[in-house]
Design a protein around this ligand. Structure first.
Ligand code: ATP
Ligand code: MN
Length: 463
């Protein structure tokens, strides 16, 4: 065994009679003057192990410190449990207190706090059942992403977090600078002189690893990135973070159809992986928050995703009798109300929309011959809306160059990107999966702030 004994393994063990030792945090302590029942959790599994202590066998001071939240080491014999809900328990022989938790001031002394309150104590909320379950599932999903891509021969490419191009067009950026904010060096025209800054130019936190990912795909053929991305938009919604993680596969020789097939297989694999590996956590979360959770996960596995064009989707929305806040017209950038109508009311399954108007999509998407639309694809999920955004990329130098000029994108920041179209260009495609949106979906939680350990949102970076 490496390190300590895990409660997860002990709870599944049949080796009663054996001496074992657990280390973890006390969730509850019950009992009477003679006997104490101590439930200990170490985060390896949602369940606690029950430790039973004969009060007479231990000194008073130690037992007094065994309160909710305290960190303990308990050694004893693994025995069959008479109690309900567990097969085994520990008959305690040794108790050591690593860290006390004063019952008068420990914020999680009582159960039943709201998720809103728990957000204000993000430093302690991992010790609740809910957040333990969410963060174990988050881990399982991340691992499953790497497994999926590794099994298909994709290479994990680390794209930069600090970027010198602000032309990615995916949103407002956070500046990275070491200049004195009160007294920055100025150019003659009064503007800040970034040639004096750390990198000798303006730099920002990346909004997407895609452009660099494309460079990798045009050499390694299939790559993916999995890293933090940053958007300085003031969107205070339950589905947006200022710092979130994105998985971005990019594949040479994939057209839009191959791209859709990959997106659908990835999402199905991720769902089936957590259904298999995270049963206890899913069961807990569905009982507490979302009774339909397991059905919703299964419906992703059991259905082919609907694939339709944007234009057809607009027709469906127009002929629906829904009152939308944003009126539906061809050219509209679909809002989450429209996406959710299509997925939840009209089709009742995941939908992949393609061929959006070029005016609402990024410059790098492959232009269709109609001159109006691009080969974009968004995957829309029940309860979430957009979970993936992607496209086939424009591989033709002249068309890409023309689009960059039309949109007045500064070419000096993108010369390296354009060169890939000059030297050995290839048809290629890719997409971005918002990791937290995926965690939202599989946990059934309603707010993206509750599926990342330390959420970054407007006016919030406390922890
Ligand atoms: P939205 O329209 O929902 O704001 P977007 O179209 O701006 O998203 P993309 O640039 O296409 O997003 O990013 C790819 C994916 O990253 C999205 O499909 C979504 O899953 C996720 N994503 C985008 N912005 C955020 C955010 N602020 N917080 C969390 N996830 C995000
Ligand atoms: Mn998008």
């Amino acid at each position: 065994m490496l390190g300590r004994e895990k409660i997860k393994n002990l709870l599944g063990s049949k080796e009663t009679g054996k001496t074992v030792e657990v280390k973890g945090w006390v969730r509850t302590r019950r009992g009477n003057k003679k006997i104490a029942f101590i439930a200990v959790n170490d985060g390896s599994v949602i369940h606690n192990i029950q430790c039973v202590a004969d009060v007479a066998e231990f000194d008073e001071e130690t037992l007094r410190a065994v309160t909710t939240g305290a960190c303990v080491r308990i050694k004893g014999t693994l025995v069959e449990s008479m109690g309900q809900g567990q097969n085994v328990e520990i008959q305690a022989e040794e108790i050591e207190i690593y860290g006390k938790a004063d019952p008068e001031t420990y914020p999680l002394q009582k159960k039943g706090h709201t998720l809103e309150f728990l957000r204000t104590i993000a430093h302690l909320r991992p010790r609740t059942n809910t957040f333990g379950a969410i963060f174990r599932m988050r881990h399982a999903l991340a691992f499953a992403c790497h497994k999926f891509f590794n099994d298909y021969g994709f290479h994990y490419l680390h794209t930069p977090i600090i970027t010198g191009s602000d032309a990615e067009g995916a949103g407002e950026m956070f500046r990275v600078s070491v200049l004195d904010p009160i007294n920055p060096p100025l150019k003659e025209n009064g503007e800040v002189d970034y040639s004096e800054d750390f990198f000798g130019k303006e730099t920002n936190l990346t909004v997407s690893g895609q452009l660099e990912g494309e460079l990798g795909a045009l050499a390694l053929t299939e790559i993916y990135t999995f890293g933090p991305t940053f958007r300085a938009e003031n969107s205070n919604t339950p589905r947006h973070l200022a710092e979130f993680w994105m998985i971005e596969p990019e594949m040479a020789f994939y057209d839009i159809k191959d791209n859709m097939d990959l997106a659908e297989s990835l999402l199905k694999f991720l769902v089936s992986y957590v259904l298999e590996k995270c049963k206890d956590d899913i069961e807990f979360l569905s009982k507490m928050y979302e009774p339909e959770l397991i059905n919703r996960l299964n419906s992703v596995l059991d259905n082919d995703f609907i694939r339709i064009g944007y234009t057809e989707a607009i027709e469906i929305l127009k002929s629906s009798n829904e009152k939308f806040e944003f009126p539906v017209n061809w050219g509209l950038d679909l809002q989450s109300e429209h996406e959710r109508y299509l997925v939840e009311k009209h089709f009742k399954k995941p939908v992949i929309l393609t061929d959006y108007p070029s005016s609402i999509k990024a410059f790098y998407m492959k232009q269709n011959d109609d001159g109006k639309t691009v080969r974009a694809m968004d995957v829309l999920f029940p309860g979430i809306g957009e979970i993936i955004g992607g496209s086939q990329r424009e591989e033709d130098f002249d068309r890409l160059n023309r689009r960059i000029e039309e949109l007045n994108i500064p070419k000096k920041d993108l010369w390296w990107y354009l060169e890939t179209r000059k030297f050995g260009t290839a048809p290629h495609s890719g997409f971005g999966l918002g990791f937290e949106r995926m965690v939202l979906f599989v946990t059934g939680m309603g707010n993206i702030r509750d599926v990342i350990p330390f959420p970054r949102t407007p006016k919030n970076a406390e922890f």
